[in-house]
Each structure stands twice: as C-alpha cells, then as structure tokens.
Ligand binder design. Sequence first.
Ligand SMILES: NC(=O)c1ccc[n+]([C@@H]2O[C@H](COP(=O)([O-])OP(=O)(O)OC[C@H]3O[C@@H](n4cnc5c(N)ncnc54)[C@H](OP(=O)(O)O)[C@@H]3O)[C@@H](O)[C@H]2O)c1
Length: 239
Amino acid sequence: MKTALITGGAARIGAQIVSTLHENGYKVIIHCHQSEEIAQAFCRELNSKRNSSAQVVVADLGDNEAIKKLTQTIKSLDLLVNNASVFYPTSTENSTIEDWDKIININLRAPFFITTELSKALAVSEGSIVNIIDIHSDRPLKNHSIYNISKAGLKMLTKTLAKELAPNIRVNGVSPGSILWPQGLAELSQEEKFNMLDRIALNKHGSTEDIAEAVLFLADAKYITGEVINIDGGRSLNQ
Ligand SMILES: NC(=O)c1ccc[n+]([C@@H]2O[C@H](COP(=O)([O-])OP(=O)(O)OC[C@H]3O[C@@H](n4cnc5c(N)ncnc54)[C@H](OP(=O)(O)O)[C@@H]3O)[C@@H](O)[C@H]2O)c1
C-alpha cells in the first residue's frame, strides 16, 4: 500500500484530497493543527472502511521544531501533498512583520522544510510531491500581497526542487482558481463573489474533487516533473 502525507488534511480541499487518495488505495497520514477532533473522526471513518489505512499527525507548521518532530515520525512515504495554508488580506500600508512571518512561514517555509526532511524517504520509494499553489502565484490578487508572494515562492519551490530532487523524486503543483469561498477574516462580500464568478470562463466554481483528481493524476504521472497545472475553469484567460 502506498502512503501519502497530506498537510491541512482535516477539512475542505485537503480532506477531499485525503478521501480521493484513500479511495485509490493509499494509506493516508492526515496532518492537522487546530482541527484535531475533525481529523480524528475522519480518520476513524477511513479506518472503518479499511483497517490501519489512516492516521492523524498534529503540528503547527509555523514552528520549525514541530515540523522536525512530525517528519521524524514518518519512516516511509510515497506522496507528500503540501496543502495547508493561511489566506487573509494584508494591505500594503498596514502589513506587519507578524503577518509576513505567519503567511510566509506556513505557505512557503513549511513546504520547503517538510520536503527536505522527507526527501530521503521519498527517494527510497521514488515518490513524488504535489504542492497546492494558487493561480494568484502568477497574477496578483489585490490586497493580498504577502499571500501572493508566498504562493509565487511556492511555485518556484516546485520548479527548483523538481530539478534538485530529480531523478528519484518528482515535484509538481496544482494551482486552484476559485474552489471554496474563503472563511473567517478573508470572507468576501456578495459583490466580490459575483465579480469573481463573472471572470471565470466556465462561469462557476470548481469542486474540491477537481483539485483532488489533479493531485492523483500528478502522483501517477511518471514522466511529469516541475509542472504546475491551473485548475481554474479558465479564470486565467480573463486577467
Ligand atoms: N479555497 C480555494 O478556493 C482555493 C483557491 C486557490 C488556492 N487554494 C489553495 O488550496 C489549498 C487548500 O485550500 P483551502 O481553502 O481548503 O485551505 P484552508 O481551509 O484555508 O486551510 C487548509 C488547512 O491549513 C491548515 N493550517 C493553517 N494554518 C496552519 C498552521 N499554522 N499549522 C498547520 N496547519 C495549518 C489548517 O489546518 P487546521 O484546520 O487543522 O488548523 C487548514 O485546515 C491551500 O493551499 C490554498 O492556498 C484554495
């Protein structure tokens, strides 16, 4: 059985990636931070479908020591999906060092160090990595400069590590467009939602399944590395 680690795997897009990989025979390691209860319930559900096919690991990805501890518990691995992220607006005038550190550390520093810490295990299995990026890694989203920078960095991380870790490990990315509305601090007004949907060529949201299927495709695509696929319903055509 192949093993996959999915960061931020308890909810939303991450949980769908976990489900899709599990349905396709993977043993899943569900990483979470604040959603441990949800992750444990999800894990029980998956284990009831197939014995010992899921486990939960908890770590704050803003803390590099926690990343080291997490990666030390993983002895063999076939697929790493760097999905966890933070998303909220930061205006250029009012951004703080704390915003910079939080967004850059979780969205960019963590995927780099999780990858380097797990590269030995992934090399043994000739495994792969899929980073969940964002179409705004290429075209900036207004009032989200630190987030845009973090995702542009994650795109370059994907390409540069594809080169560094070849030929034993493939590194690819998936850039979602509009899939699920942001929650909490990042919530959008009705007008912003309408404007966003209006610019999508296919005129609707993508689904979490669309992202998970792209991850599965890249995990199986033995001759693809250093590629990033936009899953955005044609949103990138209109900017
Ligand atoms: N939603 C979209 O339409 C969309 C569009 C473009 C790109 N994306 C990208 O797709 C991915 C998934 O999107 P999403 O909307 O499902 O993400 P999300 O709900 O905003 O976040 C995913 C997970 O990240 C984890 N996380 C946040 N801070 C953390 C920390 N300090 N330590 C460890 N984990 C932390 C959270 O885990 P806990 O809950 O366990 O704390 C959370 O469940 C992200 O990389 C996002 O940037 C999404």
